[in-house]
Design a protein around this ligand. Structure first.
Ligand code: GLU
Length: 609
Protein backbone atom coordinates (compact mmCIF):
# COMPACT_ATOMS: atom_id res chain seq x y z
CA UNK A 1 0.00 0.00 0.00
CA UNK A 2 3.02 2.25 -0.06
CA UNK A 3 3.13 5.78 -1.36
CA UNK A 4 5.45 6.56 -4.24
CA UNK A 5 6.58 9.90 -5.66
CA UNK A 6 8.85 11.16 -8.40
CA UNK A 7 10.04 14.54 -9.62
CA UNK A 8 12.04 15.91 -12.54
CA UNK A 9 12.53 19.66 -12.66
CA UNK A 10 14.37 22.72 -11.45
CA UNK A 11 13.20 22.74 -7.81
CA UNK A 12 15.02 21.21 -4.86
CA UNK A 13 14.26 17.60 -5.83
CA UNK A 14 14.46 16.08 -2.36
CA UNK A 15 12.31 18.92 -0.98
CA UNK A 16 9.55 18.11 -3.49
CA UNK A 17 9.84 14.37 -2.84
CA UNK A 18 9.66 14.80 0.95
CA UNK A 19 6.70 17.16 0.66
CA UNK A 20 4.88 14.58 -1.48
CA UNK A 21 5.75 11.73 0.88
CA UNK A 22 4.44 13.72 3.83
CA UNK A 23 1.05 13.81 2.12
CA UNK A 24 1.21 10.11 1.26
CA UNK A 25 2.31 8.91 4.67
CA UNK A 26 -1.26 7.78 5.35
CA UNK A 27 -0.56 4.97 2.87
CA UNK A 28 2.17 3.44 4.98
CA UNK A 29 4.75 4.49 7.52
CA UNK A 30 7.00 1.52 8.18
CA UNK A 31 9.94 3.27 6.52
CA UNK A 32 10.73 5.99 4.01
CA UNK A 33 13.44 6.65 1.46
CA UNK A 34 14.53 8.81 -1.46
CA UNK A 35 17.05 8.46 -4.28
CA UNK A 36 18.29 11.05 -6.78
CA UNK A 37 20.70 11.20 -9.70
CA UNK A 38 23.69 13.35 -8.93
CA UNK A 39 26.71 13.75 -11.21
CA UNK A 40 26.32 10.40 -12.89
CA UNK A 41 25.64 8.43 -9.69
CA UNK A 42 22.57 7.43 -7.73
CA UNK A 43 22.61 8.68 -4.15
CA UNK A 44 19.91 8.21 -1.57
CA UNK A 45 18.87 7.89 1.99
CA UNK A 46 16.37 5.64 3.75
CA UNK A 47 15.23 4.99 7.29
CA UNK A 48 12.94 2.68 9.15
CA UNK A 49 9.97 4.31 10.89
CA UNK A 50 8.03 7.42 10.06
CA UNK A 51 9.03 10.05 7.57
CA UNK A 52 10.33 12.26 10.41
CA UNK A 53 13.27 9.85 10.86
CA UNK A 54 14.30 10.25 7.25
CA UNK A 55 13.80 14.02 7.44
CA UNK A 56 16.18 14.09 10.40
CA UNK A 57 18.88 12.22 8.45
CA UNK A 58 18.44 14.52 5.46
CA UNK A 59 18.73 17.57 7.68
CA UNK A 60 22.21 16.45 8.76
CA UNK A 61 23.24 15.06 5.38
CA UNK A 62 21.30 16.85 2.63
CA UNK A 63 21.33 15.38 -0.87
CA UNK A 64 20.63 17.04 -4.20
CA UNK A 65 20.01 15.85 -7.72
CA UNK A 66 18.35 16.44 -11.07
CA UNK A 67 15.61 13.81 -10.80
CA UNK A 68 14.43 11.67 -7.92
CA UNK A 69 12.06 9.08 -6.54
CA UNK A 70 10.70 8.56 -3.02
CA UNK A 71 8.77 5.95 -1.10
CA UNK A 72 6.85 5.47 2.13
CA UNK A 73 6.35 1.79 2.94
CA UNK A 74 3.67 -0.53 4.30
CA UNK A 75 5.58 -3.77 4.54
CA UNK A 76 4.26 -6.88 2.82
CA UNK A 77 7.51 -8.83 2.34
CA UNK A 78 10.23 -8.32 4.92
CA UNK A 79 9.82 -6.59 8.24
CA UNK A 80 10.15 -2.82 8.59
CA UNK A 81 13.90 -2.06 8.68
CA UNK A 82 16.48 0.25 7.11
CA UNK A 83 17.59 -2.40 4.65
CA UNK A 84 14.04 -3.30 3.59
CA UNK A 85 13.16 0.36 3.05
CA UNK A 86 12.83 1.45 -0.58
CA UNK A 87 14.42 2.56 -2.91
CA UNK A 88 16.22 -0.70 -3.69
CA UNK A 89 19.38 -0.76 -5.79
CA UNK A 90 20.93 -3.14 -8.28
CA UNK A 91 24.37 -4.65 -7.53
CA UNK A 92 26.23 -1.74 -9.12
CA UNK A 93 24.15 0.86 -7.32
CA UNK A 94 23.26 2.54 -10.63
CA UNK A 95 19.55 1.73 -10.77
CA UNK A 96 17.06 2.52 -8.00
CA UNK A 97 13.52 1.14 -7.72
CA UNK A 98 10.45 2.01 -5.67
CA UNK A 99 7.39 -0.17 -5.61
CA UNK A 100 3.83 -0.22 -4.38
CA UNK A 101 2.24 -3.67 -4.49
CA UNK A 102 3.50 -7.24 -4.55
CA UNK A 103 5.75 -9.04 -7.05
CA UNK A 104 4.10 -12.45 -6.79
CA UNK A 105 6.79 -14.52 -8.50
CA UNK A 106 9.68 -12.83 -6.66
CA UNK A 107 10.89 -16.05 -4.97
CA UNK A 108 11.73 -17.90 -8.18
CA UNK A 109 13.13 -14.74 -9.78
CA UNK A 110 15.33 -14.19 -6.76
CA UNK A 111 16.67 -17.76 -6.86
CA UNK A 112 17.46 -17.32 -10.50
CA UNK A 113 19.19 -13.98 -9.95
CA UNK A 114 21.20 -15.39 -7.04
CA UNK A 115 22.39 -18.19 -9.30
CA UNK A 116 23.45 -15.57 -11.80
CA UNK A 117 25.64 -13.95 -9.16
CA UNK A 118 23.48 -11.07 -7.91
CA UNK A 119 23.65 -10.16 -4.25
CA UNK A 120 20.59 -9.01 -2.34
CA UNK A 121 20.49 -6.43 0.43
CA UNK A 122 16.87 -6.85 1.54
CA UNK A 123 14.13 -9.41 2.18
CA UNK A 124 11.64 -7.59 -0.03
CA UNK A 125 9.92 -8.84 -3.15
CA UNK A 126 10.78 -5.48 -4.73
CA UNK A 127 14.53 -5.89 -4.95
CA UNK A 128 14.30 -8.47 -7.76
CA UNK A 129 13.12 -5.65 -10.02
CA UNK A 130 16.35 -3.68 -9.52
CA UNK A 131 18.46 -6.74 -10.39
CA UNK A 132 16.31 -7.64 -13.39
CA UNK A 133 16.76 -4.10 -14.68
CA UNK A 134 20.50 -4.48 -14.22
CA UNK A 135 20.36 -7.62 -16.39
CA UNK A 136 18.33 -5.97 -19.11
CA UNK A 137 19.78 -2.44 -19.13
CA UNK A 138 21.79 -1.64 -22.25
CA UNK A 139 21.52 2.15 -22.20
CA UNK A 140 17.76 2.20 -22.85
CA UNK A 141 15.95 2.48 -19.52
CA UNK A 142 12.40 2.21 -20.91
CA UNK A 143 13.42 -0.85 -22.90
CA UNK A 144 14.87 -2.47 -19.77
CA UNK A 145 11.67 -1.72 -17.86
CA UNK A 146 9.54 -3.27 -20.60
CA UNK A 147 11.64 -6.43 -20.59
CA UNK A 148 11.45 -6.61 -16.81
CA UNK A 149 7.66 -6.26 -16.86
CA UNK A 150 7.49 -9.30 -19.14
CA UNK A 151 8.98 -11.51 -16.42
CA UNK A 152 7.41 -10.14 -13.22
CA UNK A 153 3.86 -10.99 -12.23
CA UNK A 154 1.69 -9.31 -9.63
CA UNK A 155 0.25 -5.93 -8.86
CA UNK A 156 2.46 -2.91 -8.80
CA UNK A 157 3.21 0.69 -9.38
CA UNK A 158 6.95 0.88 -10.00
CA UNK A 159 9.27 3.86 -10.22
CA UNK A 160 12.76 3.57 -11.68
CA UNK A 161 15.77 5.87 -11.69
CA UNK A 162 19.10 5.28 -13.44
CA UNK A 163 22.47 6.99 -13.03
CA UNK A 164 22.77 6.79 -16.80
CA UNK A 165 19.53 8.71 -17.46
CA UNK A 166 19.90 11.80 -15.25
CA UNK A 167 16.80 13.66 -16.51
CA UNK A 168 14.39 10.80 -16.89
CA UNK A 169 12.27 8.57 -14.69
CA UNK A 170 10.30 5.53 -15.75
CA UNK A 171 7.12 4.38 -14.03
CA UNK A 172 4.81 1.45 -14.70
CA UNK A 173 1.50 0.27 -13.39
CA UNK A 174 -0.20 -3.11 -13.28
CA UNK A 175 -3.22 -3.92 -11.11
CA UNK A 176 -4.63 -1.91 -8.26
CA UNK A 177 -1.75 0.43 -7.48
CA UNK A 178 -2.72 3.97 -8.40
CA UNK A 179 -0.35 6.28 -10.23
CA UNK A 180 -0.81 9.85 -11.38
CA UNK A 181 1.38 12.29 -13.26
CA UNK A 182 1.25 16.01 -12.48
CA UNK A 183 2.15 18.30 -15.36
CA UNK A 184 3.93 21.58 -14.58
CA UNK A 185 5.83 24.17 -16.64
CA UNK A 186 9.22 22.59 -17.27
CA UNK A 187 8.72 20.11 -14.44
CA UNK A 188 6.81 16.89 -13.94
CA UNK A 189 5.55 15.19 -10.79
CA UNK A 190 4.54 11.60 -10.13
CA UNK A 191 2.62 10.25 -7.14
CA UNK A 192 0.35 7.51 -5.85
CA UNK A 193 -2.32 10.03 -4.94
CA UNK A 194 -3.49 13.53 -5.74
CA UNK A 195 -2.70 15.37 -2.43
CA UNK A 196 1.02 14.75 -2.99
CA UNK A 197 1.13 17.09 -5.98
CA UNK A 198 -1.84 19.37 -5.39
CA UNK A 199 0.51 22.08 -4.16
CA UNK A 200 2.27 22.25 -7.51
CA UNK A 201 -0.21 21.51 -10.26
CA UNK A 202 -3.79 20.55 -10.93
CA UNK A 203 -3.20 19.16 -14.44
CA UNK A 204 -2.93 15.43 -14.16
CA UNK A 205 -2.63 12.33 -16.26
CA UNK A 206 -4.06 9.20 -14.69
CA UNK A 207 -1.92 6.18 -15.49
CA UNK A 208 -3.92 3.03 -16.09
CA UNK A 209 -3.19 -0.63 -15.69
CA UNK A 210 -0.73 -2.08 -18.16
CA UNK A 211 0.99 1.22 -18.91
CA UNK A 212 4.57 2.49 -18.85
CA UNK A 213 5.37 6.19 -18.44
CA UNK A 214 8.55 8.00 -19.38
CA UNK A 215 8.80 11.14 -17.31
CA UNK A 216 10.95 14.14 -18.24
CA UNK A 217 10.81 17.88 -17.49
CA UNK A 218 8.77 18.32 -20.67
CA UNK A 219 6.01 15.98 -19.54
CA UNK A 220 5.15 12.32 -19.74
CA UNK A 221 4.97 9.81 -22.53
CA UNK A 222 2.49 7.04 -21.78
CA UNK A 223 2.57 3.74 -23.63
CA UNK A 224 1.27 0.22 -23.20
CA UNK A 225 3.56 -2.54 -21.96
CA UNK A 226 3.97 -3.50 -25.62
CA UNK A 227 5.08 -0.04 -26.63
CA UNK A 228 1.97 1.45 -28.22
CA UNK A 229 1.71 5.16 -27.49
CA UNK A 230 -1.35 6.15 -25.46
CA UNK A 231 -3.01 9.54 -25.83
CA UNK A 232 -4.28 10.35 -22.35
CA UNK A 233 -6.53 13.32 -21.72
CA UNK A 234 -5.45 15.76 -19.02
CA UNK A 235 -7.70 15.69 -15.94
CA UNK A 236 -8.13 18.96 -14.07
CA UNK A 237 -8.36 18.42 -10.32
CA UNK A 238 -10.60 20.81 -8.43
CA UNK A 239 -9.79 19.60 -4.90
CA UNK A 240 -9.12 22.36 -2.47
CA UNK A 241 -5.53 22.37 -1.17
CA UNK A 242 -6.86 23.33 2.28
CA UNK A 243 -8.53 19.94 2.48
CA UNK A 244 -5.13 18.28 2.27
CA UNK A 245 -3.83 20.44 5.16
CA UNK A 246 -4.70 20.31 8.85
CA UNK A 247 -6.00 23.92 8.87
CA UNK A 248 -5.39 24.44 12.58
CA UNK A 249 -6.78 21.08 13.77
CA UNK A 250 -4.57 18.91 15.93
CA UNK A 251 -5.12 15.91 13.66
CA UNK A 252 -6.44 15.26 10.17
CA UNK A 253 -9.02 12.93 11.66
CA UNK A 254 -10.51 15.68 13.81
CA UNK A 255 -10.54 18.06 10.88
CA UNK A 256 -12.27 15.45 8.75
CA UNK A 257 -14.88 14.81 11.45
CA UNK A 258 -15.59 18.54 11.35
CA UNK A 259 -15.85 18.46 7.56
CA UNK A 260 -18.85 16.12 7.69
CA UNK A 261 -21.52 18.84 7.33
CA UNK A 262 -19.82 20.16 4.19
CA UNK A 263 -19.34 16.67 2.78
CA UNK A 264 -23.04 15.89 3.27
CA UNK A 265 -23.95 19.15 1.57
CA UNK A 266 -21.59 18.53 -1.37
CA UNK A 267 -22.78 14.94 -1.76
CA UNK A 268 -26.40 16.12 -1.97
CA UNK A 269 -25.64 18.97 -4.34
CA UNK A 270 -27.53 18.64 -7.63
CA UNK A 271 -28.91 15.26 -6.56
CA UNK A 272 -31.70 16.28 -4.21
CA UNK A 273 -34.07 18.45 -6.25
CA UNK A 274 -36.20 21.24 -4.76
CA UNK A 275 -39.28 19.02 -4.93
CA UNK A 276 -37.36 16.33 -2.98
CA UNK A 277 -37.08 14.03 -5.98
CA UNK A 278 -33.67 12.48 -6.62
CA UNK A 279 -31.55 13.25 -9.65
CA UNK A 280 -29.08 10.47 -10.34
CA UNK A 281 -28.93 10.92 -14.10
CA UNK A 282 -25.13 10.97 -13.73
CA UNK A 283 -25.28 7.19 -13.32
CA UNK A 284 -26.38 6.76 -16.91
CA UNK A 285 -28.58 3.82 -15.89
CA UNK A 286 -31.98 4.07 -17.52
CA UNK A 287 -35.16 3.74 -15.45
CA UNK A 288 -36.00 0.69 -17.50
CA UNK A 289 -32.73 -0.97 -16.54
CA UNK A 290 -33.31 -0.18 -12.87
CA UNK A 291 -36.85 -1.56 -13.08
CA UNK A 292 -35.40 -4.79 -14.46
CA UNK A 293 -33.29 -5.44 -11.37
CA UNK A 294 -34.35 -8.47 -9.38
CA UNK A 295 -31.64 -8.54 -6.75
CA UNK A 296 -28.89 -6.38 -5.25
CA UNK A 297 -25.49 -7.73 -4.20
CA UNK A 298 -23.22 -5.45 -2.23
CA UNK A 299 -19.60 -5.85 -1.18
CA UNK A 300 -17.00 -3.68 0.52
CA UNK A 301 -14.35 -3.72 3.25
CA UNK A 302 -13.97 -1.97 6.61
CA UNK A 303 -16.04 1.16 7.12
CA UNK A 304 -17.34 0.97 3.55
CA UNK A 305 -18.83 -2.41 4.44
CA UNK A 306 -20.78 -0.83 7.28
CA UNK A 307 -21.98 1.95 4.97
CA UNK A 308 -23.17 -0.78 2.62
CA UNK A 309 -24.92 -2.51 5.54
CA UNK A 310 -26.77 0.75 6.26
CA UNK A 311 -27.69 0.94 2.57
CA UNK A 312 -28.96 -2.63 2.63
CA UNK A 313 -31.76 -1.71 5.07
CA UNK A 314 -32.76 1.31 2.99
CA UNK A 315 -32.75 -0.49 -0.36
CA UNK A 316 -34.82 -3.35 1.01
CA UNK A 317 -37.32 -0.98 2.55
CA UNK A 318 -37.62 1.49 -0.32
CA UNK A 319 -36.85 -0.57 -3.43
CA UNK A 320 -38.35 -3.81 -2.11
CA UNK A 321 -35.47 -5.79 -3.52
CA UNK A 322 -33.65 -8.74 -1.98
CA UNK A 323 -30.21 -7.50 -0.93
CA UNK A 324 -27.14 -9.61 -0.19
CA UNK A 325 -24.13 -8.15 1.56
CA UNK A 326 -20.66 -9.69 1.59
CA UNK A 327 -17.24 -8.69 2.80
CA UNK A 328 -15.35 -8.08 -0.44
CA UNK A 329 -12.55 -10.39 0.67
CA UNK A 330 -15.06 -13.24 1.11
CA UNK A 331 -17.15 -12.57 -1.98
CA UNK A 332 -15.18 -14.93 -4.20
CA UNK A 333 -15.67 -17.81 -1.77
CA UNK A 334 -19.39 -17.22 -1.37
CA UNK A 335 -20.42 -18.76 -4.71
CA UNK A 336 -22.46 -15.66 -5.52
CA UNK A 337 -25.51 -16.23 -7.68
CA UNK A 338 -25.43 -13.47 -10.27
CA UNK A 339 -27.10 -12.68 -13.56
CA UNK A 340 -27.97 -9.73 -15.78
CA UNK A 341 -30.80 -8.74 -13.43
CA UNK A 342 -28.38 -8.34 -10.52
CA UNK A 343 -27.24 -4.90 -9.45
CA UNK A 344 -23.80 -5.28 -7.81
CA UNK A 345 -22.82 -2.34 -5.62
CA UNK A 346 -19.14 -1.94 -4.72
CA UNK A 347 -18.20 0.66 -2.10
CA UNK A 348 -14.61 1.88 -1.73
CA UNK A 349 -13.26 5.30 -0.77
CA UNK A 350 -10.10 5.02 -2.85
CA UNK A 351 -11.54 2.84 -5.58
CA UNK A 352 -8.25 0.94 -5.40
CA UNK A 353 -9.04 -1.61 -2.65
CA UNK A 354 -7.67 -4.88 -4.00
CA UNK A 355 -10.26 -7.10 -2.28
CA UNK A 356 -13.10 -5.00 -3.68
CA UNK A 357 -11.61 -4.98 -7.18
CA UNK A 358 -11.37 -8.77 -7.14
CA UNK A 359 -15.04 -8.98 -6.13
CA UNK A 360 -15.84 -6.54 -8.95
CA UNK A 361 -14.20 -8.86 -11.44
CA UNK A 362 -16.33 -11.75 -10.25
CA UNK A 363 -19.53 -9.69 -10.28
CA UNK A 364 -18.87 -8.52 -13.83
CA UNK A 365 -18.04 -12.01 -15.03
CA UNK A 366 -21.37 -13.12 -13.56
CA UNK A 367 -23.17 -10.59 -15.77
CA UNK A 368 -24.23 -8.14 -13.03
CA UNK A 369 -24.57 -4.41 -13.62
CA UNK A 370 -21.81 -2.85 -11.52
CA UNK A 371 -22.46 0.35 -9.60
CA UNK A 372 -19.55 1.88 -7.70
CA UNK A 373 -19.66 4.26 -4.75
CA UNK A 374 -16.28 5.86 -4.63
CA UNK A 375 -14.36 9.07 -3.86
CA UNK A 376 -11.69 9.11 -6.54
CA UNK A 377 -12.34 10.01 -10.16
CA UNK A 378 -10.27 7.84 -12.48
CA UNK A 379 -9.73 5.10 -9.88
CA UNK A 380 -9.67 1.46 -10.96
CA UNK A 381 -13.13 0.91 -9.45
CA UNK A 382 -14.67 3.92 -11.18
CA UNK A 383 -13.24 2.75 -14.47
CA UNK A 384 -14.44 -0.82 -14.08
CA UNK A 385 -17.97 0.18 -13.08
CA UNK A 386 -20.95 0.58 -15.38
CA UNK A 387 -21.99 3.54 -13.24
CA UNK A 388 -20.34 5.47 -10.40
CA UNK A 389 -21.86 7.55 -7.67
CA UNK A 390 -19.04 9.79 -6.41
CA UNK A 391 -18.84 10.72 -2.76
CA UNK A 392 -17.73 14.37 -3.04
CA UNK A 393 -15.76 14.06 0.19
CA UNK A 394 -12.44 15.51 -1.03
CA UNK A 395 -9.17 13.93 0.09
CA UNK A 396 -9.26 12.03 3.36
CA UNK A 397 -5.84 11.85 4.98
CA UNK A 398 -6.61 10.34 8.40
CA UNK A 399 -6.14 6.60 8.02
CA UNK A 400 -9.37 5.90 9.93
CA UNK A 401 -12.28 6.82 7.67
CA UNK A 402 -14.81 9.36 8.97
CA UNK A 403 -16.16 11.88 6.49
CA UNK A 404 -16.01 9.36 3.66
CA UNK A 405 -18.18 6.94 5.65
CA UNK A 406 -20.70 9.74 6.07
CA UNK A 407 -20.60 10.47 2.36
CA UNK A 408 -21.08 6.79 1.55
CA UNK A 409 -24.16 6.67 3.77
CA UNK A 410 -25.60 9.74 2.05
CA UNK A 411 -24.94 8.16 -1.33
CA UNK A 412 -26.66 4.99 -0.10
CA UNK A 413 -29.72 6.96 0.98
CA UNK A 414 -29.89 8.76 -2.38
CA UNK A 415 -29.54 5.51 -4.26
CA UNK A 416 -32.20 3.70 -2.22
CA UNK A 417 -34.62 6.62 -2.68
CA UNK A 418 -33.90 6.73 -6.40
CA UNK A 419 -34.48 3.00 -6.79
CA UNK A 420 -37.65 3.21 -4.72
CA UNK A 421 -39.00 6.08 -6.83
CA UNK A 422 -38.09 4.63 -10.24
CA UNK A 423 -39.44 1.20 -9.40
CA UNK A 424 -42.59 2.67 -7.84
CA UNK A 425 -42.03 0.65 -4.68
CA UNK A 426 -41.49 3.47 -2.18
CA UNK A 427 -44.36 5.28 -0.58
CA UNK A 428 -44.29 8.88 -2.00
CA UNK A 429 -44.97 10.36 1.43
CA UNK A 430 -41.95 8.55 2.91
CA UNK A 431 -39.80 9.77 0.03
CA UNK A 432 -40.93 13.34 0.74
CA UNK A 433 -40.03 12.98 4.41
CA UNK A 434 -36.65 11.49 3.60
CA UNK A 435 -36.01 14.34 1.16
CA UNK A 436 -36.80 16.85 3.93
CA UNK A 437 -34.48 14.98 6.28
CA UNK A 438 -31.61 15.00 3.79
CA UNK A 439 -32.13 18.71 3.11
CA UNK A 440 -31.63 19.60 6.76
CA UNK A 441 -28.93 16.97 7.32
CA UNK A 442 -25.87 19.25 6.82
CA UNK A 443 -27.09 21.60 9.52
CA UNK A 444 -28.08 18.76 11.88
CA UNK A 445 -24.68 17.07 11.50
CA UNK A 446 -23.18 20.47 12.25
CA UNK A 447 -25.27 20.74 15.45
CA UNK A 448 -24.28 17.20 16.43
CA UNK A 449 -20.65 18.38 16.47
CA UNK A 450 -21.56 20.51 19.50
CA UNK A 451 -21.26 17.39 21.66
CA UNK A 452 -17.50 17.60 21.20
CA UNK A 453 -17.02 19.54 24.47
CA UNK A 454 -18.90 16.88 26.42
CA UNK A 455 -17.21 13.95 24.72
CA UNK A 456 -13.65 14.92 25.63
CA UNK A 457 -14.05 14.62 29.47
CA UNK A 458 -16.00 11.36 29.11
CA UNK A 459 -13.27 10.00 26.86
CA UNK A 460 -10.68 10.78 29.53
CA UNK A 461 -12.72 8.94 32.17
CA UNK A 462 -13.13 5.76 30.16
CA UNK A 463 -9.77 5.69 28.39
CA UNK A 464 -8.47 2.95 30.72
CA UNK A 465 -11.17 0.50 29.61
CA UNK A 466 -9.84 -2.56 27.82
CA UNK A 467 -13.15 -3.60 26.26
CA UNK A 468 -16.17 -1.65 25.10
CA UNK A 469 -19.46 -2.67 23.57
CA UNK A 470 -21.43 -0.65 21.02
CA UNK A 471 -25.10 -1.51 20.64
CA UNK A 472 -27.57 -0.53 17.96
CA UNK A 473 -30.64 -1.95 16.27
CA UNK A 474 -31.89 -1.78 12.68
CA UNK A 475 -30.15 1.05 10.77
CA UNK A 476 -28.09 1.88 13.85
CA UNK A 477 -26.57 -1.59 13.98
CA UNK A 478 -24.02 -0.76 11.23
CA UNK A 479 -23.29 2.48 13.10
CA UNK A 480 -22.53 0.50 16.27
CA UNK A 481 -20.07 -1.61 14.26
CA UNK A 482 -18.50 1.47 12.72
CA UNK A 483 -18.13 3.08 16.17
CA UNK A 484 -16.43 -0.05 17.51
CA UNK A 485 -14.14 -0.30 14.49
CA UNK A 486 -13.07 3.31 14.89
CA UNK A 487 -12.21 2.78 18.55
CA UNK A 488 -10.20 -0.37 17.74
CA UNK A 489 -8.37 1.29 14.88
CA UNK A 490 -7.09 4.36 16.63
CA UNK A 491 -7.11 3.66 20.39
CA UNK A 492 -6.27 -0.09 20.31
CA UNK A 493 -9.09 -0.76 22.80
CA UNK A 494 -10.94 -3.96 22.05
CA UNK A 495 -14.49 -3.10 21.04
CA UNK A 496 -17.42 -4.91 19.52
CA UNK A 497 -20.36 -3.53 17.63
CA UNK A 498 -23.37 -5.69 18.31
CA UNK A 499 -26.99 -5.85 17.27
CA UNK A 500 -28.53 -4.84 20.60
CA UNK A 501 -30.95 -7.77 20.61
CA UNK A 502 -28.06 -10.18 20.22
CA UNK A 503 -26.27 -9.01 23.38
CA UNK A 504 -28.27 -11.36 25.59
CA UNK A 505 -27.21 -14.30 23.42
CA UNK A 506 -23.57 -14.09 24.46
CA UNK A 507 -21.68 -10.83 24.90
CA UNK A 508 -23.70 -9.91 28.00
CA UNK A 509 -21.33 -12.31 29.79
CA UNK A 510 -18.56 -9.76 29.26
CA UNK A 511 -20.32 -6.98 31.11
CA UNK A 512 -19.29 -5.59 34.48
CA UNK A 513 -18.42 -2.18 35.88
CA UNK A 514 -15.23 -2.09 33.78
CA UNK A 515 -16.92 -2.46 30.40
CA UNK A 516 -18.52 0.76 29.14
CA UNK A 517 -21.48 0.21 26.81
CA UNK A 518 -22.36 2.75 24.14
CA UNK A 519 -26.02 2.54 23.15
CA UNK A 520 -27.53 4.18 20.07
CA UNK A 521 -30.88 5.12 21.53
CA UNK A 522 -32.37 7.87 19.38
CA UNK A 523 -36.11 7.97 18.66
CA UNK A 524 -37.55 5.55 16.14
CA UNK A 525 -39.60 2.40 15.77
CA UNK A 526 -37.06 0.27 17.67
CA UNK A 527 -36.37 2.67 20.49
CA UNK A 528 -38.34 0.84 23.16
CA UNK A 529 -36.51 -2.37 22.52
CA UNK A 530 -33.11 -0.69 22.60
CA UNK A 531 -34.02 0.97 25.91
CA UNK A 532 -34.72 -2.49 27.34
CA UNK A 533 -31.28 -3.63 26.18
CA UNK A 534 -29.81 -0.56 27.84
CA UNK A 535 -31.47 -1.53 31.15
CA UNK A 536 -30.11 -5.06 30.82
CA UNK A 537 -26.58 -3.71 30.50
CA UNK A 538 -27.13 -1.23 33.32
CA UNK A 539 -28.27 -4.08 35.58
CA UNK A 540 -24.83 -5.68 35.02
CA UNK A 541 -23.16 -2.52 36.37
CA UNK A 542 -21.83 -1.34 33.01
CA UNK A 543 -21.41 2.35 32.54
CA UNK A 544 -23.92 3.39 29.90
CA UNK A 545 -23.11 6.05 27.34
CA UNK A 546 -26.22 6.82 25.32
CA UNK A 547 -26.50 8.65 22.04
CA UNK A 548 -30.00 10.10 22.40
CA UNK A 549 -32.15 12.93 21.15
CA UNK A 550 -32.33 16.16 23.13
CA UNK A 551 -34.88 16.07 25.99
CA UNK A 552 -35.76 12.43 25.39
CA UNK A 553 -36.15 11.49 29.04
CA UNK A 554 -36.96 7.86 28.34
CA UNK A 555 -33.51 7.41 26.82
CA UNK A 556 -31.73 9.58 29.32
CA UNK A 557 -33.01 7.88 32.49
CA UNK A 558 -30.87 4.76 32.43
CA UNK A 559 -27.75 6.33 30.98
CA UNK A 560 -24.74 7.49 32.97
CA UNK A 561 -23.74 9.81 30.17
CA UNK A 562 -25.83 11.17 27.30
CA UNK A 563 -24.51 12.61 24.08
CA UNK A 564 -27.49 14.57 22.84
CA UNK A 565 -27.95 14.83 19.08
CA UNK A 566 -30.65 16.54 16.98
CA UNK A 567 -33.54 14.44 15.74
CA UNK A 568 -34.45 13.57 12.16
CA UNK A 569 -36.23 10.78 10.24
CA UNK A 570 -35.17 7.50 11.83
CA UNK A 571 -33.74 6.16 8.54
CA UNK A 572 -31.43 9.17 8.23
CA UNK A 573 -30.68 9.49 11.96
CA UNK A 574 -27.66 7.10 11.83
CA UNK A 575 -25.71 9.67 9.77
CA UNK A 576 -26.05 12.03 12.76
CA UNK A 577 -25.50 9.35 15.40
CA UNK A 578 -22.08 8.40 14.10
CA UNK A 579 -20.74 11.89 14.91
CA UNK A 580 -20.40 11.41 18.72
CA UNK A 581 -18.93 7.93 18.16
CA UNK A 582 -16.18 9.40 15.98
CA UNK A 583 -15.47 12.10 18.54
CA UNK A 584 -15.40 9.53 21.34
CA UNK A 585 -12.88 7.31 19.53
CA UNK A 586 -10.82 10.36 18.63
CA UNK A 587 -10.63 11.79 22.15
CA UNK A 588 -9.88 8.43 23.76
CA UNK A 589 -7.04 7.82 21.31
CA UNK A 590 -5.73 11.35 21.68
CA UNK A 591 -5.87 11.12 25.47
CA UNK A 592 -3.97 7.84 25.38
CA UNK A 593 -1.31 9.49 23.22
CA UNK A 594 -1.98 7.19 20.26
CA UNK A 595 -1.00 8.24 16.78
CA UNK A 596 -4.49 9.17 15.64
CA UNK A 597 -3.79 9.85 11.97
CA UNK A 598 -1.43 6.93 11.49
CA UNK A 599 -2.49 4.04 13.70
CA UNK A 600 -0.10 1.13 14.02
CA UNK A 601 -0.17 -1.65 11.41
CA UNK A 602 -2.78 0.09 9.26
CA UNK A 603 -2.68 1.91 5.97
CA UNK A 604 -5.46 3.72 4.26
CA UNK A 605 -5.66 2.37 0.76
CA UNK A 606 -5.32 -1.37 0.93
CA UNK A 607 -3.99 -2.37 -2.46
CA UNK A 608 -3.01 -5.91 -1.45
CA UNK A 609 -5.37 -8.86 -0.92
N1 GLU B 1 5.99 -5.44 -1.40
C1 GLU B 1 6.74 -4.24 -1.14
C2 GLU B 1 7.41 -4.30 0.23
O1 GLU B 1 7.06 -5.03 1.08
C3 GLU B 1 5.84 -3.02 -1.27
C4 GLU B 1 4.71 -3.07 -0.28
C5 GLU B 1 3.47 -2.21 -0.55
O2 GLU B 1 3.19 -1.73 -1.61
O3 GLU B 1 2.71 -2.06 0.40
O4 GLU B 1 8.33 -3.61 0.45
Amino acid sequence: MCGIVGYVGPRDVVGVLMDGLRRLEYRGYDSAGVAVVNGGSVIGSKRVGKLGNLAEVLRHTPIHGSAGIGHTRWATHGRPSDSNAHPHLDCKGRIAVIHNGIIENYASLRDDLLRRGHTFQSDTDTEVVAHLLEEFFDGDLVGAVRRTLKVVTGAYALGVLSADSPDRLVFARNGASPLIIGLGEGETFVASDIPAILNYTRRELIVQEGEVVEVTREGALISTFNGQTVDREVTNINWDIGSAEKSGFKHFMLKEIYEQPKVVKDTLLGRLRDDNSINLRELGLSDERLRGIRKVTMFACGSAYYAAAYGMYLIRQLAKLPVELELASEFRYSDPVLDEHTLAIAVSQSGETADTLEAVRIAKTGGATLLAICNVVGSALARAADATLFMQAGPEIGVAATKTFTAQCVDMALLAMHLGAVRGTADPETLQKLGDALRELPSLVDQALNVDDEVAPVARRISKATTMLFLGRHVDYPIAMEGALKLKEISYIHAEGYAAGEMKHGPIALLDENVPVVVLATRGPVQEKILSNMSEAKARDSRIIAVANLHNDAAIENADVVFAVPETHHLIQPIINVVPLYLLAYHIADHKGCDVDQPRNLAKTVTVE
